[in-house]
Ligand binder design. Structure first.
Ligand code: SF4
Ligand code: SF4
Length: 56
């Protein structure tokens, strides 16, 4: 299990600073989560203004 960022992402960057394991980085057109590092904590979803991160 890991969180995944949908195409709704507006690349604000808020989630990256909240991730306790640094699993979020800017990707091509949106931010992306390294599924192997993600701990499923949900912090990224809590701070996202558009609800883009969701548990897979
Ligand atoms: Fe990082 Fe937690 Fe979001 Fe996974 S669910 S990407 S560990 S903030
Ligand atoms: Fe994208 Fe939401 Fe992360 Fe901002 S907080 S970069 S909109 S996923």
């Amino acid at each position: 299990m890991a969180y995944k960022i949908s195409d709704d992402c507006i690349s604000c960057g808020a989630c990256a600073g909240e991730c306790p394991v640094g699993a979020i980085a800017e990707g091509d057109g949106k931010y992306e989560i390294n599924a192997e590092a993600c701990l499923d904590c949900g912090s990224c979803a809590e701070v996202c203004p558009v609800g883009a991160p969701a548990a897979e």
